[in-house]
Design a protein around this ligand. Structure first.
Ligand code: FES
Ligand SMILES: [Fe+2]
Length: 358
């Protein structure tokens, strides 16, 4: 792996630009993939993304207004449609063809806004990850979170690919319990076409206090606990985590009532080489009728992720001082390495340097 992979990202890919609810009827500015972007909904409610720079005098279009015909620049009133074409110049009859701004393919699906920063002709909607849980509020109630994190998106993915950090970084939250049991967990890693999948099992183990409270278990309960993650390059991780009382046959069937069942969405989108947008949404599958439990889960996950972010931002600082210096791999990097490799393959393919798959 070339160290400068951390500085780059594939362009021909869908990335989460926002949660759907973030985009309303006023222009919304966000730097995505190193580029200033303005997102807005037209009067029909369709989401669009344009370069946040007017072609007239380079004013951010996010300072303007949504009008009937599109997005109107706040400076001299040029109006651009969702495709970036200038459709009106106040006081001027003709519109020169070069009066346009860059537009990005955008798709709204399952409560998310996706953006494609690469070749628009290659933007195939079928490549967008299907995540039906966001549309299933009855069985998987959830709230949407977002953190703006001062680290490379890849450091965030690394973090999600190695859960042996749990008893250390999260010793006060989800890592509470018996640390040795967590490090001894079995780890089953499978490479996939788009990334990597892994599942960790901790059987006959003591759950953290939040699990005991959430499931209503007695304090001395023993559980079979799993952490299942899938990385889909370049920036998505889906997670299913939970626990069932030991003896329930969790290894054969995790889809049982009782216990803990959490699905968590992680959408990681580069903002710059050293910062990212982190979208997350924990869904409460164990007490779906209990709104308080959904809220408590959100609050607990937010606290846990803040613990990760504190480390990742400091890691970015120290790594960034000497990015070329080699790092040492350990056994627990078994999922991290194929995840990095999947991103690298996408970047290589775009550069025309695709090598034979490993
Ligand atoms: S800068 Fe946008 S209309 Fe003049
Ligand atoms: Fe973590």
């Amino acid at each position: 792996m070339q160290p400068d992979t951390l500085h780059r990202w594939p362009l021909n890919a869908w990335y989460q630009a926002a949660w759907a609810h973030e985009i309303g009827d006023t222009p919304f500015a966000r730097t995505l993939l190193g580029e200033p972007v303005v997102l807005f909904r037209d009067r029909n409610g369709h989401a669009h993304a344009l370069e946040d720079r007017c072609c007239h005098r380079a004013t951010p279009l996010s300072l303007g207004d949504v009008v009937e015909a599109g997005l109107q620049c706040g400076y001299h009133g040029l109006i651009f449609d969702g495709g970036g074409r200038c459709v009106e110049i106040p006081g001027q009859d003709t519109i020169p063809p070069q009066a346009r701004v860059r537009s990005y393919p955008v798709v709204e699906q399952q409560e998310m806004i996706w953006i494609w920063p690469g070749d628009p002709d290659a933007a195939d909607e079928r490549l967008i990850i299907d995540y039906p849980y966001h549309d299933d509020h009855a069985n998987w109630p959830h709230r949407h979170g977002r953190f703006h994190v001062q680290c490379s998106y890849l450091l965030m993915i690394d973090n999600l690919m190695d859960m042996t950090h749990v008893p250390y970084i999260h010793r006060n939250t989800i890592g509470a319990g018996v640390p040795e049991e967590q490090v001894r967990a079995t780890m089953d890693v499978t490479r996939t076409e788009a990334g990597v999948h892994y599942i960790r099992w901790m059987t006959d183990t003591t759950p953290p206090p939040a699990y005991i409270q959430g499931a209503g278990w007695p304090a001395d309960v023993k559980v079979d606990r799993w952490q299942e993650f899938e990385f889909i390059a370049p920036g998505t991780v889906t997670q299913w985590t939970g626990a069932l009382e030991t003896g329930c046959g969790a290894l054969e069937n995790r889809d049982q009532p009782g216990g803990i069942s959490i699905r968590n969405w992680h959408g990681v989108t580069p903002e710059s080489c050293s910062s990212c947008h982190y979208f997350w949404a924990p869904a409460n599958g164990h007490r779906p009728d209990d709104a308080q439990a959904t809220e408590a889960l959100y609050t607990a996950i937010a606290a846990t992720l803040r613990e990760d972010i504190e480390f990742l931002e400091r890691q970015q600082e120290t790594w960034g001082r000497d990015p070329e210096r080699p790092m040492v791999d350990i056994k627990h990097d078994a999922a991290l390495k194929p995840a990095r490799r999947a991103v690298e393959r996408m970047i290589e393919a775009e550069s025309g340097l695709a090598t034979a798959a490993e």
